[in-house]
Design a protein. Sequence first.
Length: 349
Amino acid sequence: MAFQIAKQGSFWTIWPVLTNFQNRNVGIGPVIIEEELSLSREIGSMVPGKAVRVEAYCSTANLGAGFDVFALALNKFADRVQVRTTNTGTIKIKARGPFGRELPRARNKNSAGPPARALLDRSGLHMGVEITLEKNVPPGLGLGSSGATAADLSSDELVQTASLGEAAVSGSAHTDNVGASLLGGFVIAYGKPLRTVSVKPPAKLSVVVVSPKTRLAKNKTSLARRLVPMKIETGNAVLNVGRASAITLGFARGDLDLIGSGMEDAIAEPHRERLVPGYRAVKMIALAEHASGVAISGAGPSVVAFVDKTKHDPKKIGRVMVREFSKNNVESTFFVTGAAGGARVIRSE
């Protein structure tokens, strides 16, 4: 439940025993979280007929200079997943909700299938699962990604396993989006082996999300990735390292001006913005109206603007951005939200 949208409307599928995620909320001050999740007792006691329902929010990825590393969970749309254990030995997937029809049912094409299979194999449990996906996040907006997570793993391993579903649907794993929806807040996903860090964003942060009503190719995530050059100039790499550092320090300090100063990408966005007509003009007008920073959300076409709501009106900035898109003959809508917490269990039986 996350959101760098994969090519067929992907999903955040959560494994049945994420009890450690209950009541995880985003706090007021910036706090770095590096926790281990121990779920071996819950997994060991699983028997056919048990079910858990889990909820996780959408996210926005990259945030400018943090290509494939940074993401922020957004408190707007949330996908819900119910997983019920069975004695069939098979994986069955059902979908419902406003966008359920856009999800593939085939296990190898749905983002829930590969992680579920991998987790069953890894756990040594000889049982099947029935997965019901309630798809509430609109696909294709650049607000999410796909994945499935499971038990007896560290938070890093959970994110890595979840990314199997994203890779199955969009062609590549996006651990930044998956990490944000799983852990909540601002997430840094980096390294081999993968490491994830979650930082609680400042309470004064409002996020304006403007979504152009443009039709992009179903494979737009992989298309956007192909636009990014395989080789980059040293100067651009240096620029992005500095800006990404500013974003990280800004979240740690709760400094929106510092965060915004890093939301200018020298590597991916200059090549991807052609997929979002009018983007450059929209970005400039939002910054002129005192947005702290502006970036394409994931692979697009949505655009996010970070705003200090204690100083400026985020709705006004959203309206200005919509008007600027219209000058480029692009119809769009916007909403204002904030940071969200991580995945949580909402029912177990």
